[in-house]
Ligand binder design. Structure first.
Ligand SMILES: *Cc1c(COP(=O)(O)O)cnc(C)c1O
Length: 392
């Protein structure tokens, strides 16, 4: 006989890692809204509103702008496996974990993958990308806008221009950037972008907003072969979200409710104010960290406001500090991945988690954790520096 399982009761956490971020109570409330059928006229209206709100955050007029069922990686897989066919040439920028993941996915599509690389924590230079584009007949260039594994924000405008010059499509991973810093799909000439709900959009994980330009959609329509994934075949999914409402799979209704509410919150605050808030809290965090003698590791001038990669000084135990923050304060921050494992902490200030209170709390907690480890620090230095940055 199966033993009775206790009521669900995980610890209350302040989520300041690489995602998920904290979810606004209004989003949680929206998720508990009673279900309607996924082809119910009321739900069709809700789908249309959600698409309209997504066009607003992606800053695009693209008709095909929808939340795919699945997490951010499903968005990555959908874009690559719809835009690429076996033998196609694709250039992928690799300077962190997610560029690496794109190479894996594109390889599984049978594409010829050419990597353009930079050290983890550095941007890809437009000249590098330009040189790679000159070498062959590239169909697609794929880049990560906000590399969550390193804290780097990849500049896109110059690279977009080069990509268009060479007649290639531009695919951008905006999982961490969307909602936290400008992502102007139409102005930057991005042909395809995907994101996730649990980073700066501050909904639970489970949907992958994507947008495809008319040019990219043409490429999907003119494929020689069917997309190998039935579930992620965008020409089928498009018919479900389009005028026809042709049944493909059942939309995760409660998740759409959540995303719609999360996007409504962003609309109420305003995109520009949302970006400004992320920047303000980032600068205050950096000032506070400096007060603790800690520095960011990502290339200067290209640091993300929502993901702060903090160099761990010699002699400090990465895991001990993170455990202390979790157990003593209920704060989650992230560790390093790949070559940065044990070398950095990743402090996320994403969406609803990006607040002044959270900045002051994590700084105070970090100071306490370091003191508990025997590091001599001037009490209150971090919080005072952060308050100074806020002008208080
Ligand atoms: C989180 C993340 C992903 C993957 O999203 P999942 O929701 O974990 O599948 C992809 N790219 C970037 C840049 C991310 O930060």
């Amino acid at each position: 006989m199966i033993q009775s399982v206790p009521e669900l009761n995980p610890g209350l956490r302040i989520l300041l890692g690489p995602g998920p971020s904290n979810v606004h109570p209004r989003v949680l409330k929206a998720m508990s809204t009673p279900l309607v059928g996924h082809l119910d006229p009321d739900f069709l209206g809700i789908m249309n509103e959600t698409m309209e709100l997504l066009r607003f955050v992606f800053q695009t007029d693209n008709r095909l702008t929808i939340p795919l069922s699945g997490t951010g990686s499903a968005g990555m897989e959908a874009c690559l496996c719809n835009l690429l066919e076996p033998g196609d040439e694709v250039i992928i920028g690799v300077n962190g974990l997610f560029g690496e993941r794109m190479c894996d996915v594109a390889g599984r599509c049978g594409a010829e993958v050419q990597r353009v690389e930079a050290e983890w924590g550095k941007i890809l230079e437009p000249e590098q990308v330009g040189a790679a584009l000159k070498q062959g007949k590239t169909k697609l260039l794929a880049l990560v806008h906000a590399e969550t594994s390193t804290g780097i924000c990849q500049p896109l405008e110059e690279i977009s221009r080069l990509t268009w010059e060479h007649g290639a499509l531009l695919l951008v991973d905006t999982v961490t950037s969307l909602g936290g810093c400008p992502v102007t799909v139409d102005r930057w000439g991005i042909d395809a972008a995907y994101s996730g709900t649990q980073k700066c959009l501050s909904a639970p994980p489970g949907l992958a907003p994507i947008t495809l330009s008319p040019r990219a959609l043409e490429v999907v329509k003119r494929r020689k072969q069917k997309v190998q994934s039935w579930y992620l075949d965008l020409s089928m999914v498009e018919r479900y979200w389009g005028e026809e409402r042709f049944y493909h799979h059942t939309a995760p209704i409660s998740m759409i409710y959540a995303l719609r509410e999360a996007l409504r919150l962003i609309q109420e605050e305003g995109l520009e104010e949302q970006f400004a808030r992320h920047q303000r809290n980032h600068l205050a965090l950096v000032a506070g960290l400096k007060g603790l003698g800690l520095e960011l590791s990502a290339q200067k001038g290209h640091r993300l406001p929502m993901l702060n990669a903090v160099r761990i000084p010699e002699g400090i135990d990465d895991l001990k500090i993170r455990r202390y923050l979790l157990h003593e304060f209920g704060i989650e921050i992230g560790g390093g991945l790949g070559p940065l494992k044990g070398k950095i902490w990743r402090i996320g200030l994403m969406g609803h988690s990006s607040t002044r209170n959270n900045v002051l709390l994590v700084l105070g907690a970090l100071e306490q954790a370091l003191r508990a480890e025997g590091h001599r620090l001037e009490p209150g230095a971090a919080v005072v520096s952060a308050l100074d940055a806020y002008g208080e």
